[in-house]
Design a protein around this ligand. Structure first.
Ligand SMILES: [Zn+2]
Ligand SMILES: [Zn+2]
Length: 436
């Protein structure tokens, strides 16, 4: 029976068939949401008391799960409103941006979106009168966090009190919760948002749905899941880019960028991990310590791993692109506590500086010119950093170095560059191509 309710709600949502449609979520967005939900597995569950978005690890897809009792307790308009609520969480990136006090975040995110949605259950949390309207959840979060830090109720700013037997069991205060109190996760959870267990007896509002399932997704899974869902909806319904609601246009751009960045990151991370493992057998810095892993010299506790990043400034790679990869590299080697040096080269290695720990790249030192790696690699051969990255187009001649003197070098070749560059086959080199 609950399935019929959901199906009917999806139909009404997609075709905007409810007479009084006064929602701030416009018709174009409502139709799009209805179509997205039709591409989504929607399954009953008793794991959560309301409704929520989760990631199915077996099929690598986002799913919507709902508790049949919860759905049955709502009016049709409320079901539609809660479905829109779920879509707003998805399209605003809430499901992958969570960090901070979970409970406050849940309220803040619901506050952000509920203002746009008509016909939500009456207990759905809204910003209070002193909060400004239509702000982002970060605004509500910060405001509520301030209140809580001052031992006030985060939602209304009132005083918090010890939760006593009487206010705990008093059913009168929960009148706003309607008959499905037992189905509501946040009512059962506990009312307290403060760490000392104090509660506010004025606030009856609750979050609409269940955000706890988001925690099971990695950010990567969530972003891929959202992208997959949006793209399938676009294809199945023959949406042209211009037909998409504006915020969905922005979302598709964001997702594309995030996914490209992720793929490069995971590719690099894998390559680094692999080379570090193989280096373990080859190089003298192979003795491991708990803190630095294979990057530690083991015997010398003050060994600081070093990373060299070489930038071919002959012209085919932009500063932006270099900056982007540098920050990816920086993040990947961060856990190694490595010292990073950045060099610029054309026919010689003409500028070298330390980077990070407050020191930016000195872009004003950039010169253009031809490309020759000999000077840079004679230096690498001598200095023996633990890892070297070379960002280049791959167009240059061969070099002369002693293979056994070389440590691991990653070549990151530009999109139009030559992955079969002259140094690609050396055993200490590894080549990856950049993407958008
Ligand atoms: Zn309160
Ligand atoms: Zn919510």
């Amino acid at each position: 029976m609950s399935k019929e309710i959901i199906d009917r709600a999806l139909y009404l949502l997609t075709y905007n068939s409810l007479e009084e449609n006064t929602s701030n979520v416009n018709n174009k967005a409502r139709t799009f949401y209805g179509r997205v939900l039709q591409q989504c597995n929607i399954k009953p569950t008793t794991v959560i008391p309301t409704m929520g978005v989760c990631f199915n690890k077996f099929i690598l897809k986002l799913e919507l799960v709902y508790n049949p009792e919860f759905v049955a307790s709502l009016s049709m308009k409320e079901v539609i409103a809660v479905l829109i609520h779920e879509m707003e969480h998805i399209t605003r990136g809430h499901i992958y941006q969570e960090q901070g006090n979970k409970k406050l975040l849940n309220y803040a995110m619901d506050m952000e979106i509920n203002q746009y949605i008509e016909n939500l259950p009456e207990w759905a949390v809204m910003p209070d009168d002193s909060m400004s309207k239509f702000e982002s959840y970060q605004y509500y979060y910060n405001l509520m966090k301030d209140r809580l830090d001052n031992d006030k109720c985060p939602m209304c700013g009132g005083d918090l009190e010890e939760e006593t037997e009487s206010n705990n069991s008093s059913s009168g205060e929960n009148e706003g919760m309607s008959s499905n109190e037992n189905n509501n996760p946040s009512s059962g959870e506990n009312k307290s948002m403060s760490s000392n267990g104090k509660v506010c007896n004025n606030c009856k509002a609750r979050i609409v749905d269940d955000h706890s399932l988001w925690g099971d997704m990695s950010k990567e899974d969530a972003i891929k899941g959202v992208n997959d869902l949006i793209q399938r909806t676009i294809q199945k319904n023959d949406y042209s880019y211009n037909d998409l609601p504006d915020h969905i246009k922005d979302l598709t751009k964001y997702l594309k960028k995030a996914i490209n960045g992720m793929d490069i990151k995971s590719m690099l991370a894998k390559a680094i991990k692999k080379s570090v493992l193989s280096a373990k057998e080859t190089y003298s810095w192979s003795r491991t310590s708990r803190r630095y892993g294979v990057f530690s010299q083991g015997s010398t506790s003050d060994h600081e791993p070093s990373v060299e990043v070489l930038f071919d400034t002959s012209g085919s790679i932009s500063q932006d692109e270099f900056g982007k990869y540098l920050s990816i590299i920086e993040k990947l080697v961060k856990s190694l506590n490595a010292k990073i040096h950045v060099s610029f080269f054309h026919t010689t290695n003409y500028h070298r500086q330390s980077y990070g720990r407050g020191k930016p790249v000195e872009w004003d030192k950039i010169e253009s010119g031809g490309t020759c790696l000999q000077d840079s690699f004679s230096f690498i051969e001598k200095v023996k950093p633990d890892l070297t990255f070379v960002l280049t187009d791959g167009y240059y001649g061969d070099i002369s170095v002693k293979d056994k003197e070389m440590s691991q070098v990653f070549f990151l070749i530009s999109k139009e560059g030559d992955v079969k560059h002259p140094i690609a086959s050396r055993k200490w080199s590894k080549t990856l191509q950049m993407k958008d």
